[in-house]
Design a protein around this ligand. Structure first.
Ligand code: GLN
Length: 451
């Protein structure tokens, strides 16, 4: 029964969360009450789904991994994605740790606790949806929701050995997802199997009138390509993505994966995405620019942390933000404010928008000749704690393969493709598959054939 399932998941959380740290909070009584009302004839009837702590669920915390929202914010409404999941009978259960406001790649930027990689407890789970991936990998959840602005679903899925899909921009409503960079953010599932990802996607997508960027397009049955062969499908290998500097074990596994796809009948085709080298710098202008505007709402007046020591209104704003935000969030706000300021706007922001168009056009051209594109998800397997935190620039550069997908608005999935040796351990490697806009069906078909 749904009650048994929720009880089992709750037991796993209670036994293991002290070690893994995937969840920030969970309300068993509320989930059991909802499970008891679940309609088993529904496709997800009574299935508990863990939720990243930046997606609003009525009455629950939504901390975004930040001190800013940790003290007193309770969500007054359900996000669009949650309404959809509930419509299919699912029960949102538990709030998952994340880098503060989704800024980061290791979950170490959370102000609220450490999340460990269940595959090696000395290592990060990736991020920013680190809690969402660690919960699935550690069997503390059946499936979870994450959000992906520059790789935050795919990279933690890769580091933890899970499946994670970022749908085409506009597929899933962003209503009720606390905005980081609105033109890049998408919600998507992290699961154990490609089939689970396809099933969840079936119940997440669709037009939402409360998000003007959500697309009013047909939602196909995302499971329809599963179990089909991939004979004759053309698989693009971007020459700019197969470069030196990639971890040897990651390269080896991705090359094995390409051979496997070939043995299944797919045709590898070398392609070029010539603007790959400006992807990261373009993202680190556009994302902070949008973030600096989105985070202006945290002013200590309407929501979140309010400084108790301020003497006047200006101090009230400044001290509330000084106390509420962590260092990475402040770094992004400063960067964003700078690139939007008069005098620099044309030199940085407008130029980045132009570069973004070139990156999108690279993909359009490539997709004239191939059906999907494959690459490593991340150039290295999961790092030890501290390695990315100490060097923010190195952390930014590691998003080289995932960021262009967000800039171009394309769907991308990470699936496990074996392990690589690092520091005496075997660590999961992720294979990224990128699809044409709105062609998640082909993406999932290739992922499933590979799996
Ligand atoms: N690591 C990237 C960043 O720090 C992407 C994060 C994300 O996708 N939310 O911005």
């Amino acid at each position: 029964t749904p009650r048994d399932i929720v009880t089992d998941v709750a037991k796993a959380i209670e036994a293991q969360n002290a070690t893994i740290g995937a969840y920030l909070s969970w309300d068993v009584e509320k989930a059991l009450a909802e499970a008891d009302k679940a309609d088993l004839s529904q496709p997800l009837g009574g299935i508990p789904i863990g939720i990243k702590d930046n997606i609003n669920v009525t009455g629950e915390p939504c901390t975004c991994g930040s001190k800013m929202l940790a003290e007193n914010y309770k969500a007054p409404y359900d996000a669009g994605a949650i309404t959809k999941l509930r419509g299919a009978g699912a029960v949102p259960f538990g709030r998952l740790n994340m880098d503060e406001f989704a800024m980061g790649s290791s979950t170490e930027n959370s102000a609220l606790g450490v999340t460990r990689n269940p595959r090696d407890l000395d290592r990060i789970p990736g991020g920013s949806s680190g809690g969402s991936a660690a919960a699935v990998a550690g069997n503390l959840a059946i499936a979870t929701l994450g959000s992906d602005t520059g790789g935050s679903i795919r990279q933690p899925a890769a580091f933890c050995g899970c499946v994670g899909i970022k749908p085409t921009y506009g597929r899933v409503s962003r209503y009720g997802l606390v905005a980081f960079a609105s033109s890049l953010d998408q919600i998507g599932p992290i699961t154990k199997t490609v089939e689970d990802a396809a099933i969840l996607l079936n119940h997440l997508c669709g037009k939402d009138l409360r998000d003007s960027t959500s697309l009013d397009v047909n939602v196909p049955d995302f499971t329809s390509g599963l179990g089909r062969d991939i004979k004759g499908l053309r698989v693009g290998l971007p020459k700019e993505y197969f470069i030196s500097g990639i971890h040897a074990g990651v390269s080896a596994r991705v090359n094995d994966a390409i051979k496997k796809l070939e043995s299944l009948g797919a045709i590898p085709v070398e392609i070029s995405l010539p603007h790959t080298d400006v992807g990261v710098s373009t993202y680190y202008i556009i994302a902070p620019a949008e973030a600096s505007a989105n985070l202006a709402r945290f002013d200590g007046v309407r929501y979140g942390h309010r400084s108790s020591d301020a003497k006047d209104l200006m101090e009230h704003y400044m001290m509330s933000r000084e106390e509420g935000f962590g260092p990475e969030v402040k770094r992004r706000i400063l960067l964003g404010t700078y690139v939007l300021s008069s005098g620099y706007y044309d030199a940085y922001y407008i130029k980045a928008q132009r570069a973004r168009t070139l990156i999108r056009q690279d993909f359009e051209k490539a997709f004239e000749n191939v059906d999907v594109i494959v690459s490593p998800t991340s150039p290295a397997p999961a790092h030890k704690f501290g390695e990315l935190k100490e060097d923010p620039l190195a952390a930014y550069l590691e998003d080289i393969f995932t960021i262009p997908v967000n800039l171009a608005g394309l769907p991308g999935i990470s699936i496990p493709c074996g392990t690589a040796e690092e520091g005496g351990k075997q660590l999961p490697v992720g294979l990224q598959i990128i699809g044409r806009p709105l062609d998640e069906v082909t993406l999932l078909r290739v992922a499933d054939a590979f799996e």
